[in-house]
Design a protein. Structure first.
Length: 540
């Protein structure tokens, strides 16, 4: 059997295998239904402050395995449901960021930088439509790259980025985040430093507790969900509560925001955003193909590239962060483009690129019948008429499930984004308790520990204090997420180079990444100082 036979078998396995019901005599397969159900759940989860796609995937996986069992026939339905959640949550994550300035993920916070000011001006629907179009465009582009070049691109990435280069790339990303996000590069560096400090609490690779101060609860470090949701969600909720108390009833609702007359996303808006969508889609796809990097870096680099391009092309005009649809488009296209490209290292190398991919690999390992790696793309010799490589059928089944999710994204996703625009009228005094309840419930469901609840509340207070000090929490969260990858790659590079402490200097690409990181910080600090002195110069 050839490749096209495997393609056809993969499509049939998704659309017609194990039919649940029939429509006009056409069987509707179990996997098709599971993709649609997962996509719907993912949108709801992504649009709910305090929830996220990986969290829903973590809860759903054991339930799905208990329902479908560990038979090989269960693999595509389970993976289809998880892929649906991943796609839907990526789209829905922009909703709370734009409407309430309460992003559920670090990359959605960049969406809030421009989306929330638009909502405050009555342009919430336009921001949501922009986010939907950019997200679907970036996701589709990324999937097309995955379908056409998964083995080749994965091998190329591994060939040109060895351990020292990966270490340098993570250092460069941290410098970008710390220096370019927020108003003050110094505060950004402090925020990133705090994130690294928190991440290194607990056992490292030496299995010896560090920075735990003798507390047994800290021996394994802080769970990532307690840190991310505490700083991002509870910190913003506490600050909003303070605003309600200080501002009185007039600050307690967004119902008084008059909706603008022009909330369309037409050809003019598409033309304005297309340049940024195209660039961010390429950036997100490239970042997604790098194992262990994830959507946070993609969103940050896409937003930074768009901001620089806007400032160059529109000198003197309000830039990103003031409420521009181009900023929303740049962020959403970049973080959505990761979801498809992230499966390149998963399918080709068995390496997850982000949290969502971790649960896909866990499903593959738990159910069996599929071992991700280079061999899944090869045809093996066999008896005529037999499936040469059953794993290749699963690969094309996964591709078919992703194409189906994209179709749902373009159609149902748009309807959902238009519908949820009415949520701008939800009173904050009703919204904030729901946000707190959902966040703490999600933490407890995943970790089943009161200690985790206390940790989340503590990081919520930290997020509130950082906001009061006008310190961006984004460098903190991203540094916390990337810290483990930084430590692992640095340790492995150190060991692979025979204990050479200067391994970053002996690789031209790693050296270029490191020098660029230092240059970014220096230039950002210099630019901030010049901006601080500019009003004084004008006064003289």
């Amino acid at each position: 059997m050839g490749y096209w036979d495997h393609v056809w078998l993969g499509i049939v396995a998704v659309f017609t295998a194990n039919p649940v019901f029939e429509i006009f005599g056409l069987p509707i397969g179990t996997t098709l239904v599971m993709v649609a159900a997962g996509f719907a759940l993912g949108i709801v989860v992504g649009a709910t402050p305090g929830l996220a796609g990986p969290m829903a995937m973590a809860i759903a996986l054991p339930i799905l395995i208990s329902i479908f069992g560990v038979r090989e026939s269960a693999l595509l339905p389970v993976l289809g449901f998880l892929i649906g959640i991943m796609k839907g949550a990526t789209l829905g994550g922009a909703v709370p960021a734009i409407l309430f300035n309460t992003p559920g993920t670090p990359d959605a916070m960049l969406t809030a930088y421009d989306g929330y000011p638009l909502a405050q001006r009555g342009l919430a629907r336009k921001a949501l439509k922009t986010a939907h179009f950019a997200s679907a465009s970036g996701d589709t582009f990324s999937d097309l790259v995955l379908f056409s070049s998964a083995p080749v691109l994965a091998i190329a990435v591994e060939r040109f980025l060895d351990l020292p280069e990966k270490t340098g790339l993570i250092i460069l990303s941290l410098s970008f985040i710390a220096a370019l996000v927020g108003r003050s590069p110094a505060k950004g560096l402090i925020s990133a430093g705090l994130g690294l400090l928190v991440a290194y609490v607990g056992k490292g690779e030496d299995f010896y507790p560090r920075l735990s101060f003798g507390q047994e609860a800290l021996n394994d470090g802080f769970p990532i969900v307690t840190v991310v949701l505490g700083v991002l969600i509870l910190g913003e909720a506490f600050k909003s509560m303070e605003a309600l108390i200080r501002g009185g009833p007039e600050a307690s609702t967004q119902a008084k925001i008059a909706e603008a007359t022009d909330n369309r996303f037409g050809f003019a808006e598409l033309r304005a955003c297309w340049r940024y969508i195209r660039t961010s889609a390429v950036i997100g796809t490239a970042i997604g193909a790098l194992p262990g990097i994830g959507s946070t870096l993609a969103a940050t680099l896409g937003y930074a590239a768009g901001r620089r391009d806007w400032a160059r092309r529109n000198p003197g005009k309000p830039g990103f962060g003031t409420g521009r649809i181009e900023g929303v488009a740049a962020t959403e296209a970049a973080n959505s483009a990761v979801s498809g490209a992230n499966l390149i290292p998963v399918l080709s190398l068995g390496i997850p690129g982000n949290a969502a991919a971790v649960f896909l690999i866990l499903a593959m390992e738990s159910i069996g019948g599929f071992n991700p790696g280079p061999s899944v793309f090869k045809l093996h010799g066999g008896v005529t008429g037999e499936v040469a490589n059953p794993e290749l059928v699963v690969v094309f089944g996964i591709f078919a499930a992703m194409m189906l999710a994209n179709l749902l994204n373009w159609s149902c996703g748009g309807l959902f984004m238009r519908w949820v625009g009415v949520l701008v009228h939800v009173p904050k005094q009703l919204l904030l308790p729901v946000v707190l309840l959902l966040t703490l419930t999600a933490i407890y469901v995943q970790l089943t520990s009161l200690t985790a609840i206390y940790m989340t509340l503590g990081f919520g207070l930290l997020g509130y204090v950082m906001r009061r000090l006008d310190m961006s929490v984004l460098p903190f969260v991203i540094a916390f997420i990337l810290a483990r990858n930084l430590e692992d790659t640095a340790r492995q590079a150190f060991a692979a180079t025979g204990g050479d402490a200067l391994f970053l200097l002996h690789s031209p690409l790693a050296l270029a990444f490191t020098l660029t990181a230092g240059l970014v910080v220096v230039l950002a600090i210099r630019r901030a100082r010049m901006a601080d002195h500019e009003p004084l110069d004008r006064g003289h």
